[in-house]
Write a protein that binds this ligand. Structure first.
Ligand code: HGY
Ligand code: MN
Ligand code: MN
Length: 397
């Protein structure tokens, strides 16, 4: 609740874009908590923050947990930050108990997971594992032309005593706790979801380019109205992605009409496409048709389509989900295995080490919404599973 005050909105949610002053304040507070425990604090070139309790075996890779602290513009109090705090809580409780682990244990704040502030955007975890080039990502700018590089420097300046973490430095394993963001656990009265996979996704940007003209004098036959074509394009896309089984997810989340003046025929439209599906072949087949469908549906304007991100479905198998399941069972928590509809940092971290996730119930399945809610008891069980999982992994690795 203390973190939810940083970027709090009047409607009870949180608006905390990556590395804005409120988000940096989250990083500072957690760094201070870590320092009070004599945990090491490090920040990498993309602004990911690592808080480490050392282990007894020199050279052993860290067993890590964490999530993100940024939010959607009308986000809730739990998406992301609850996973960061679960990791910090796990390290603190293990420290309080005086348990010596062989591996170092780390709590991580991955930078820029929601990715709403900078364009082009990417997840801190994706940059860390090297799936996108760091130079391009540091050059990304926000609406005020602040670069990600400058934003990372602001973070560094706020925690000048933090060490430098090398991008891609190996980890032994990673476990991310997150609210479910869907309705199943609550409806089935379960405590814990053991996550089996994250569905695949493709993100695209579409531009419709027409001509600005006078709204009072230009006859319809002479217009190249970008909005009119964008409406046809959007309908054609909805048809392309219509799925009678309701498994396909298709969203146009941002739609900008320019110049956005009452008496001007719009000369330009920009919109984003977010598509998701658990089956990579379906995602490939339909995603590959986007450009042709857009071009076909626009009658007078020029259309440009770029793909900004693509990630296949990612399974979580073996060591980490098995440890999450063992932890849940030993605590007597009611759990089930389930896939994730949302994307998460664990998807990218799984490219460099065994990874997995634990879900906790959230009220009515609401997320990316200011009314997002989760109970303290449920969150505590999730954090307990994280702590137990770290210790189980320390034994098994
Ligand atoms: O939309 C997503 O799935 C991401 O977590 N923001
Ligand atoms: Mn999240
Ligand atoms: Mn989110």
């Amino acid at each position: 609740m203390e973190m939810a005050e940083l970027g709090a909105t009047p409607k009870g949610g949180v608006n905390r874009p990556a590395l804005t002053p409120t988000d940096i304040e989250v990083h500072v507070r957690l760094a201070e908590w870590a320092r009070a425990r004599e945990f090491a604090v490090e920040i990498d070139a993309y602004g990911n923050q690592f808080m480490r309790r050392s282990g007894s075996e020199s050279g052993a890779g860290a067993i890590a947990s964490g999530s993100h602290s940024d939010t959607q513009p009308t986000g809730g109090r739990f998406d992301g930050i609850s996973g960061v705090l679960s990791a910090v809580e796990a390290l603190e409780v293990i420290d309080d108990a005086g348990i010596e682990t062989r591996h170092p244990l780390e709590a991580i704040i991955w930078n820029n997971e929601e990715g709403t502030r900078f364009s082009p955007t990417n997840l801190g975890s994706a940059v860390y594992v090297g799936s996108v080039p760091i130079e391009t990502m540091l050059a990304a700018t926000d609406g005020d032309d602040v670069t990600m590089k400058e934003a990372v420097q602001n973070l560094r300046d706020a925690i000048p005593w933090a060490g430098v973490r090398e991008l891609g430095a190996p980890m032994a394993a990673f476990i991310e706790s997150h609210i479910e963001q869907g309705p199943e656990l609550e409806a089935e009265e379960l405590d814990i979801g053991v996550v089996t996979a994250i569905q695949g996704t493709r993100k695209l940007e579409v531009e419709i380019i027409g001509d600005e003209a006078h709204a009072g004098t230009t006859p319809e036959r002479m217009r190249r109205d970008a909005f009119v074509d964008a409406v046809s394009v959007a309908s054609a896309l909805r048809e392309l992605f219509h799925d009678p089984d309701d498994i396909m997810r298709f969203t146009i989340g941002r739609f900008e009409v320019s110049p956005g003046a009452l008496a001007v025929v719009p000369g330009h439209v920009f919109f984003t496409i977010d598509i998701r599906h658990p089956d990579n072949a379906t995602l490939a087949r339909l995603g590959d048709q986007v450009e042709a469908v857009c071009t076909e549906a626009a009658s007078r304007c020029e259309v440009r389509v770029v793909e900004t991100r693509r990630a296949d479905s990612t399974p979580f198998v073996g060591l980490v989900p098995e440890a999450v399941e063992a932890a849940s069972r030993e605590r007597g928590y009611a759990y089930k295995h389930m896939p994730s509809g949302a994307g998460h940092d664990a998807r990218y971290v799984s490219e460099i080490c065994p990874s997995g996730m634990v879900f906790v119930p959230c009220e009515s399945g609401l997320s990316h919404n200011e009314r997002e809610n989760a109970t303290a008891d449920d969150l505590a069980r999730g954090a307990q599973v994280v702590a137990d999982t770290l210790l189980i992994l320390d034994e098994r690795l």
